[in-house]
Ligand binder design. Structure first.
Ligand code: ATP
Ligand code: MG
Length: 322
C-alpha cells in the first residue's frame, strides 16, 4: 500500500474532506487490485461503498450550540448547508478570493508545517442582498463543515453581565471542531462602541469580542459580515486576515441571476425589461424572477407571460432593497 495514499487519507480525515478521503481510498483499492490482492480489494470496495450509503442517508451529527444561561436560548444556530459556490453569481475577483480561501482552509496543515499563519478570520462586506449569507453557506458546504451562525446583536441583547460569558462560551464551542463560525451584522459592534448613551459596559463587551477574535486559534473558520463597511473603523477592519467584497451586480450579473431562476422561454421574454433592475442587488433579481413565476402559476398558465413580467418588475422596484 503506497504511503502517499495513506498519508492523503489521514490528511483528508484531519480536514474532514470526504472527497479527498474517498479518492485516496480508491487509489489504494486500485493498487491492491493491480497487485492481484483481489480478496482484499473487494473487501475494501465493499467497505467504502457501505460508508458511502451511510454518508448519503445519515448526515454527520450536528452539535448542540451553547445556550444563554438567563434565557436558555441558543447562542447560535448550527446547520448543514447545501448551497454550492458555483450557484452564486459572483464577480471574477470575488469568486477567486473565495476559491483561494477554500484551498487555504483545506490545506491549513500544510501552511502550519511551513510555519505560515492561517488566515482564519475573514470579513465579507457588501450591500444587503448581494450574497454575504449565501457565500458563507456555500463556504461551509464546500468545506463539509457545519455552519454556526451567531448574530452579534443577539449575543449582546441578553443580560449584559452574561454577555462576556456567552461570548467566551461561543468561541470555546467554535474551538471544539472544524466549523464555519458566522458573525453576522458585525457592524453592530462599531455602532455599540460609539453609542453615546452607554457608560462603558457596551464598550467593554465590544472589546471582549475583539479580543476573542484576536486570540482565536481554533480549527474553525471565522467569517464576519457587514453591509456598512464605511462605519467599521480601522480597529475592526484590521482584525481580519482577508476582506472579501460582494458588491452590487452588473447588468450581466443581474441577468445571470434571473436566468438561473426563470425557464429559458420566460428569460427571453424578460430580457428587454432587465435594465430597469440596474442598481438593485442580486436578491431583487431573484425576487423579480420568482414573482413572475408565481404569477403564472397562480393564474393557472403554463408559461410566464409578458404581463407577469411587467407586474413582477413593478412589484420588485416598488419596495426598498438597500
Ligand atoms: N451573488 C448572488 N448570486 C445569486 N443569488 C444571490 C446572490 N446574492 C444574493 N442572492 C440571492 O438573494 C437572496 C439574499 O441573499 P443573501 O441573504 O445572501 O444576501 P446578504 O448579502 O446576506 O444580505 P443581508 O445584508 O441583507 O444579510 C438569497 O436568496 C440569494 O439566493
Ligand atoms: Mg445576510
Amino acid at each position: 500500500m503506497a504511503g502517499r495514499h495513506l498519508r492523503d487519507m489521514i490528511v483528508a480525515y484531519g480536514q474532514r474532506d470526504d472527497l479527498k478521503f474517498r479518492r485516496a481510498a480508491q487509489a489504494i483499492i486500485s493498487e491492491e487490485e493491480a497487485k492481484r490482492h483481489t480478496v482484499l480489494a473487494r473487501e475494501l470496495r465493499t467497505l467504502l461503498a457501505a460508508n458511502s450509503t451511510l454518508g448519503v442517508n445519515e448526515q454527520p451529527a450536528v452539535p448542540e450550540p451553547p445556550i444563554d444561561r438567563d434565557s436558555s436560548l441558543p447562542l447560535a444556530s448550527v446547520e448543514l448547508t447545501d448551497r454550492t459556490l458555483d450557484e452564486l453569481v459572483l464577480k471574477p475577483t470575488t469568486s477567486e478570493a473565495l476559491l483561494q480561501l477554500l484551498t487555504e482552509v483545506r490545506r491549513w496543515t500544510d501552511l502550519d508545517a511551513a510555519g505560515l499563519p492561517r488566515r482564519n478570520r475573514v470579513l465579507l462586506s457588501g450591500p444587503p442582498g448581494c450574497g454575504k449569507t449565501s457565500a458563507v453557506s456555500a463556504l461551509a458546504h464546500e468545506l463539509g463543515r457545519p455552519l454556526v451562525t451567531a448574530r452579534v446583536e443577539g449575543l449582546m441583547s441578553s443580560y449584559l453581565g452574561e454577555t462576556a460569558t456567552n461570548l467566551s462560551n461561543l468561541f470555546a464551542f467554535a474551538a471544539t471542531g472544524p466549523y464555519v463560525l458566522f458573525l453576522d451584522e458585525f457592524d453592530s459592534l462599531g455602532k455599540m462602541r460609539d453609542d453615546p448613551s452607554d457608560h462603558g459596559e457596551l464598550r467593554r463587551v465590544v472589546n471582549a469580542v475583539l479580543q476573542q477574535i484576536d486570540s482565536y486559534s481554533g480549527s474553525s473558520l471565522i467569517v464576519a459580515a457587514t453591509n456598512h463597511s464605511q462605519i467599521l473603523d480601522s480597529a475592526l477592519w484590521r482584525r481580519f486576515d482577508a476582506v472579501i467584497e460582494l458588491g452590487l451586480p452588473t447588468a450581466d450579473e443581474l441577468a445571470e441571476v434571473v436566468k438561473q431562476t426563470l425557464p429559458p422561454t420566460a428569460f427571453k421574454l424578460a430580457k428587454p425589461y432587465l435594465e430597469e433592475l440596474a442598481g438593485y442587488p442580486h436578491a431583487a433579481a431573484e425576487y423579480f424572477a420568482n414573482s413572475a413565476r408565481r404569477r403564472a402559476v397562480l393564474a393557472g398558465v403554463k408559461n410566464v407571460r409578458v404581463a407577469d413580467i411587467a407586474a413582477a418588475l413593478k412589484e420588485t422596484t416598488s419596495r426598498p432593497w438597500l
